[in-house]
Design a binder for this molecule. Structure first.
Ligand code: ZN
Length: 339
């Protein structure tokens, strides 16, 4: 994915709060078509991508997956749960003691929307304005309607954490029913690809639990909370290495790892990972250390956006206090303000 990077003037996103809750004009509603086929079972629009998840998972590293199958560590199937349930009702991915990975439609919807929202936000409010300011040729003009619409969709995604409701695919961007020849369609097609990559990271994380027999270890050794958290980090590390060792674009794979981890931010107003998971900043920093992006990599501005949007959700009061050399510096300064 071609994220142009933008350094310099970092009083970014003062515009975000100013642009809230403005009415948007629905300007594209013409040639939408549905890409759903009979094999796409499920009830949420995300169903049209279910086969893409497993195809890329296996193609990416067939020997690794086959070995896990033949060692009976990983089940050959992935259980795809279809339920009108919010994320807090056990709808987040996990692997069971028989090596069966469980994924849930509501979680998939949530991840697609987070990917879409941050992609649109980054392009429309950062990259395009920055290109304009610097006189760099732009792909297209800024269209704030796309941002307003994405933000409403993002609010829906956050509501899915605690309450289930249907995704309004007539009125909001979604992977099933859209017109690919619109600006919105351009974002949807690329989000689909990014989404599959995020899910590949998540599925490889679960596969790593199987590879290292974590569930067995936890049971047999009655591990402490701290020791269990170490295993989670080990699964992250393995998944990141596997994703980065075989990718079409290192940057979009790096981005997908960041989205996979940072998407947890919107569940609560702190970085605490709870009893089983390391704190989110520890997981993010572990990922950053392995991915090792250069200072001007767009991953830093995406990370800044995640923190800013999270701050906005929970009024955490983190501030830009001075000018910064780059987004990397800004990211670490914002993060340092979080207790
Ligand atoms: Zn895990």
């Amino acid at each position: 994915m071609a994220f142009a990077y933008c350094v310099a003037k970092l009083k970014i996103l003062a515009s975000i709060s100013a642009t809230d809750a403005k009415p948007r004009n629905v300007i594209y509603n013409f040639m939408k078509t549905s890409i759903k086929k009979d094999t796409h079972t499920g009830i949420q629009p995300i169903r049209v991508l279910k086969h893409n998840l497993t195809t890329r998972l296996v193609e990416r590293n067939e020997n690794y997956i086959k070995q896990l199958h033949s060692d009976f560590k990983l089940d050959k199937n992935i259980k795809y749960h279809i339920a009108e349930l919010p994320l807090v009702k056990r709808q987040c991915p996990y692997i069971d003691e028989n090596g069966l990975i469980n994924i849930h439609e509501t979680y998939l919807s949530y991840i697609w929307i987070i990917s879409y929202y941050f992609f649109v936000l980054h392009e429309e409010l950062l990259v395009i304005p920055e290109q304009e300011k610097r006189g760099i040729p732009k792909r297209k003009n800024q269209n704030l309607n796309l941002y307003y619409e994405a933000e409403e969709l993002f609010n829906y995604a956050k509501s899915l954490i605690v309450v289930y409701s249907d995704w309004d695919k007539e009125n909001y961007p979604n992977p099933e029913y859209f017109d690919e020849n619109t600006e919105q369609g351009w974002y949807i097609l690329r989000t689909n690809d990014l989404f599959v990559e995020v899910l590949n990271f998540i599925l490889y994380h679960e596969a790593a639990h199987a590879e290292f027999e974590h569930i067995k270890k936890i049971k047999e050794n009655s591990l402490s909370e701290e020791e269990i958290k170490e295993l989670e980090l080990e699964a992250d590390t393995r998944a990141i290495e596997l994703i980065l060792s075989n990718n079409r674009s290192r940057n979009s794979s790096g981005l997908s790892i960041i989205i996979g981890i940072a998407s947890i931010l919107f569940f609560s107003n702190n970085l605490n990972g709870g009893k089983k998971h390391p704190n989110i900043n520890i997981r993010l920093n572990n990922a950053i250390k392995i991915f090792n992006p250069e200072d001007e990599n767009p991953i830093w501005s995406i990370l800044v956006l995640f923190l800013k949007i999270w701050d906005k959700q929970f009024n955490l009061g983190i501030k830009e206090e001075r000018t910064y050399n780059d987004y990397k510096e800004l990211y670490f300064h914002l993060l340092s303000q979080i207790k």
